[in-house]
Design a protein around this ligand. Structure first.
Ligand SMILES: [Zn+2]
Length: 102
C-alpha cells in the first residue's frame, strides 16, 4: 500500500539537490529519486501528475502529515490484498475509471 498525494507537475519542485529519473520501460510512468541518497521523491503518472509519498511529506513536516492531506479516495483498489472498510470512494484503477460497485 502506498499513501500518496498527486499534484500537477508545476506544483512540485526539488528545492535542494538533484534527482535521477527512471522511465518505466513500457508504461507512461516514471519515478524520480534523490541523486544523493536514493530516496524516492515522486512518481509521474500517465496524467503527468506527480505522486509524492505521504511518508516523505510527513518527514519534511516534523513527522506529522498535515491535516489537509488526509486521504480522500482509494486508487487501484482492484489490486488490493485486503479489503478496506471506510467511506472513501474506491476506484478499481485510476480516478478517471470505474468505482467499486457496492
Ligand atoms: Zn537525498
Amino acid at each position: 500500500m502506498l499513501s500518496a498525494t498527486a499534484w500537477p507537475a508545476s506544483a512540485v519542485r526539488i528545492a535542494k539537490g538533484e534527482a535521477v529519473t527512471f522511465a518505466h520501460p513500457t508504461k507512461q510512468l516514471s519515478r524520480a529519486f534523490c541523486a544523493g541518497c536514493g530516496e524516492t521523491l515522486f512518481g509521474t503518472n500517465r496524467l503527468d501528475m506527480r505522486v509524492v509519498p505521504n511518508a516523505l511529506v510527513a518527514r519534511a513536516s516534523g513527522g506529522v502529515l498535515p491535516g489537509n492531506l488526509s486521504p480522500t479516495m482509494h486508487l487501484f483498489y482492484r489490486h488490493r490484498i485486503i479489503d478496506v472498510s471506510d467511506a472513501l470512494t474506491k476506484y478499481l484503477e485510476g480516478w478517471d475509471g470505474p468505482e467499486l460497485s457496492q
